[in-house]
Design a protein. Structure first.
Ligand SMILES: Cc1cc2nc3c(=O)[nH]c(=O)nc-3n(C[C@H](O)[C@H](O)[C@H](O)COP(=O)(O)O)c2cc1C
Length: 316
């Protein structure tokens, strides 16, 4: 395949593995890059020295391009940025913050910069900030999410109208058919989180993966809107959050209920009762833990088959 996203990152397929706390270490990122996509290390759950170690291991595990996702609310952000410069990382996906804060610095240091948005308004800010491409992430996505609940189906055409920058769609895409749909709406690449979080190479706990691979439609919900909207698997913890939210708990009360380290507990340690279990709606489509190479093969062949199917469907 060849398009602006493939050319920008020098990759074979316009498939990006989203940076994911507690899932996307060097094993997952390098496997995705080796399979022809773009792997991203998720700095959001790494202390600076841990990130440095993962960058080095990823460099050793692949000679293909890979990047780092940096959520901008990260407390030790200056240290992280310096590590990216020192370690010779070339691609950074920023998220959860204002694209203006770090894009200039990153561009001055020669990085390719991509920012994640959940509205066309923020896509405009990305363009002003000088990013190279945009990820537009819809409400279906796992992890932290936009407040407006705009679905990928609505968001992509809005962002496409707003900007002519290379556009990557995210949220609810885990198959080649989903990728094809995103392309039909104007995207030129896809960022996939959930499907890759449930692969062999993901560092998520096996119990978390197996739970997610057994989910049905409607088993996840967007909660914690007052604090930071997050899509979670329904369970003991989300019931407690829902109860608190329905009695009008304050931000402080919700923060206290959330506590610290809940995502680690759920995703990395496999504590399904007390942990925060972040995963996207599309998980309900999958039943098997596959390797990254198999997932990528399936996505690309499904994409090509889907194109053929559409041609047949429309030849009336
Ligand atoms: C477990 C999990 C953790 C995530 N952590 C992050 C993160 O640290 N930074 C970020 O920008 N996005 C994060 N995301 C979002 C993904 O990068 C990606 O954009 C999203 O999963 C795409 O939607 P999908 O889940 O429907 O594939 C996370 C998603 C999941 C499922």
């Amino acid at each position: 395949m060849e398009n602006r996203i493939c050319n920008l990152f020098k990759i074979k397929y316009p498939v990006i593995q989203g940076g994911m706390v507690w899932c996307s270490g060097w094993r997952l990122a390098s496997a995705v890059s080796n399979a022809g996509g773009l792997g991203l290390l998720g700095a959001g759950s790494m202390h600076p020295e841990v990130l440095q170690e993962h960058i080095r291991k990823c460099q050793a595990a692949t000679d293909k391009p890979f990047g780092v996702n940096v959520p901008l609310m990260y407390p030790e952000i200056e240290k992280i940025m310096q590590i990216l410069v020192d370690e010779g990382v070339k691609i950074v996906f920023t998220s959860a913050g204002n694209p203006k804060t770090w894009t200039k610095f990153l561009k001055e240091h020669g990085f390719t910069v991509v920012h994640v948005v959940s509205s066309s308004k923020f896509a405009g800010k990305c363009e002003e900030a000088g990013v190279d491409a945009i990820v537009a992430e819809g409400f279906e996505a796992g992890g932290h999410n936009g407040r407006e609940e705009t679905t990928t189906m609505c968001l992509i055409p809005h962002v496409r109208r707003k900007t002519s920058l290379p556009l990557i769609a995210a949220g609810g895409i885990g198959t080649g058919a989903g990728m094809l749909a995103a392309f039909a709406l104007g995207a030129e690449g896809v960022q996939i989180g959930t499907r890759f979080a449930l692969t062999t190479e993901s560092s998520a706990h096996e119990a978390f993966k197996q739970l997610c691979l057994s989910l049905n439609e409607g088993d996840t919900k967007l909660l914690l809107k007052k604090v930071s909207p997050t899509r979670l698997v329904k369970g003991t913890f989300t019931t407690a959050v829902e109860e608190a939210e329905s009695r009008g708990a304050t931000v402080e009360e919700l923060r206290e209920l959330l506590g610290k380290g809940r995502a680690k507990k759920g995703i990395f340690e496999g504590n399904l009762e007390e942990g925060e279990l972040e995963i996207g709606q599309i998980a309900s489509l999958f039943r098997e833990e596959l390797s990254v190479a198999d997932v990528m093969k399936e996505i690309i062949s499904d994409f090509n088959q889907g194109m053929e199917q559409i041609r047949n469907l429309t030849s009336f």
